[in-house]
Design a protein around this ligand. Structure first.
Ligand code: MLT
Length: 200
């Protein structure tokens, strides 16, 4: 996959950056800097194009996902992270996803499909990626969700459902609410950084 890799200090975890629709592998580098300046960083660009805009999986309409493609792309991305770990020599068991919007949905899909894909996740404005599947045991996996009470794309009920599904699988989930829409604000990023410092 098209990507950027930045080596961090020895023993630091690796942040897997997953952009929103129309983004690139570099979009979330400032977020990585805010969360963990010493971490290694693997920023990916989604393999799917929607009217020229990169995404991590296809959708049929706003908020309506192509589930077959989502599952295929989830496995593809998971395999790619394994290859990148071998190529760059980072610890595959200490990868923490940082995603926004479509990238947060992909990170959530990794959690829905694999027990050990991620050591943790920072999800900015995610949705429930898939319904009707049994989640793996996510005991002890720390997950932070940033949401907006006025988010027209990820309705609050959707955020609450995602929280319930992840918690039900054993993840330790914290939700941070902003009185905002779908945008990523400075206060949301600071709240994520605060959570990150408490967990990693
Ligand atoms: C998605 O398609 O993953 C969500 O609707 C968010 C987005 O617009 O990227």
């Amino acid at each position: 996959m098209k990507h950027v890799f930045k080596q961090g200090i020895v023993d630091a975890p690796t942040l897997l950056l997953l952009h929103g629709t129309g983004g690139t592998e570099r979009d979330l580098l400032p977020l990585a800097e805010a969360l963990a300046p010493q971490a290694s960083v693997l920023g990916l660009r989604g393999n799917v194009l929607e009217n020229g805009m990169p995404r991590f999986f296809r959708r049929l309409a706003e908020g309506v996902f192509d589930e077959e493609d989502l599952v295929l792309r989830t496995h593809e991305l998971h395999d790619y992270v394994g290859e990148a770990a071998a190529q760059y020599g980072f610890d595959r068991s200490r990868v923490i996803a940082v995603g926004y919007s479509n990238g947060a949905n992909m990170a959530a899909s990794l959690l829905f499909h694999y027990k050990d894909a991620l050591a943790g996740a920072v999800l900015h404005h995610p949705m429930v990626p898939l319904r009707g599947i049994a989640l793996p045991d996510l005991s002890g996996t720390p997950v932070w969700i940033g949401a907006g009470t006025n988010d027209p794309i990820c309705a609050p009920g959707e955020t609450e459902q995602l929280e319930r599904l992840l918690s039900g699988a054993g993840a330790s989930v914290e939700v941070h609410w902003e009185r905002q829409g779908h945008q990523l604000t400075g206060t949301e990023v600071r709240a994520a950084a605060d959570w990150f410092a408490r967990h990693f």
